[in-house]
Design a protein. Structure first.
Length: 324
């Protein structure tokens, strides 16, 4: 199998993770331990600072500090924005869930950590691995499916190495947080994977492609090679529950998106009905037409999102700086 390595630097940072303790069911949450530095929620990076004296958690995202207070939970460490029920951080082990101002983010992971389940795959020859906790399931063309219990032998911000054995079978799975493109479908994935079985090694991709799209607002800088009107704003935000929303130049739009086995689908969008200058309205019409025809996506060499139609690259967008 031949993989295309886009050559991006790690999608995950070099922060390490401290062990996460279980939260007390009382609101005091004594002896709580929180990931001390940084986690990654799709494309979003958050910094965490737990204040033992006050029990507060200072969460920083996109230059904004959120002061969160402990909240009752049966497991993990849960913090909320006090009276603001629309802001919740809930840490469990190496992962956490996050909602900021009502916006639900993808699963937050420590640098180098893997989601559960974690799925990896490769071609030529076909292979497929699913990892749930320690249980690893391996499927290969022409071979019986094997389920083994794995152990982690290396882990850190640069990835993980897992091993599993039984009589007649020795398996090693190396996972790195580097952008990977499937050699057959062209679908991008957040992890490069190397599978070794009894001395034979194959390359593949792993993780959830959704993590490459979500957790940020994308600002469109080019429509079909023609740029955009100066000081106009066109945005795309991939949200939870397969919702998409943004600004189309003059109006705001909303609709649905879906990742298929080979690409990205966006249907016809609904929107507000404001009137603007004719040039902005023409740009808006062109953008929405192109958006409805998108079939694939990829992440470019500078971290940009490139959306393609059957005619080729059509939209190019960069992550928002957080400022309008």
């Amino acid at each position: 199998m031949t993989l295309q390595n886009i050559g991006l630097t790690s999608l995950l940072g070099a922060a390490s993770l401290l062990a996460v303790g279980c939260a007390s069911t009382s609101s005091s949450q004594e002896n709580v331990q929180i990931p001390a530095e940084r986690m990654f929620c799709g494309q979003a990076a958050i910094d965490l600072d737990y204040r033992e004296d006050s029990g507060q958690l200072i969460l920083t995202h996109d230059g904004t500090d959120y002061t969160l207070v402990p909240s009752r939970s049966a497991s993990g460490a849960r913090f909320t924005g006090g009276n603001d029920a629309d802001t919740v951080f809930w840490s469990k082990g190496n992962s956490a869930s996050l909602t900021l101002n009502g916006t639900e983010f993808p699963e937050c992971l420590a640098a180098g950590a893997l989601s559960s389940p974690f799925v990896a795959r490769g071609n030529e020859p076909f292979w497929h691995v699913t990892l749930v906790g320690r249980e690893l399931t391996l499927s290969r063309m022409g071979e019986a499916t094997e389920t083994l219990y794995s152990r982690m032998v290396e882990h850190g911000a640069t990835g993980q190495t897992l091993r599993a054995e039984r009589e007649g079978l020795a398996l090693t799975l190396d996972v790195a947080p580097q952008l990977c493109m499937d050699s057959m479908s062209g679908m991008p994935y957040p992890n490069q994977v190397r599978l070794t079985v009894n001395g034979d090694t194959w390359a593949g991709c792993g993780g959830d492609p959704e993590r490459l799209l979500r957790g940020t607002e994308w600002v469109v800088e080019d429509i079909e090679g023609g740029g955009i009107i100066d000081r106009s704003r066109v945005t795309i935000q991939f949200l939870a529950d397969n919702r998409v929303a943004g600004r189309s130049s003059c109006n705001r739009y909303m609709g649905a998106w879906n990742l298929t086995g080979e690409g990205l689908e966006l249907g016809k969008m609904a929107g507000t009905m404001m009137a603007c200058a004719p040039a902005l309205m023409r740009q808006e019409e062109r953008f929405l037409k192109v958006l409805s025809e998108v079939q694939r996506f990829r992440i470019g060499p500078h971290g940009e999102l490139i959306l393609s139609t059957a005619d080729g690259d059509a939209l190019r967008a960069f992550q928002s700086s957080g400022k309008p």
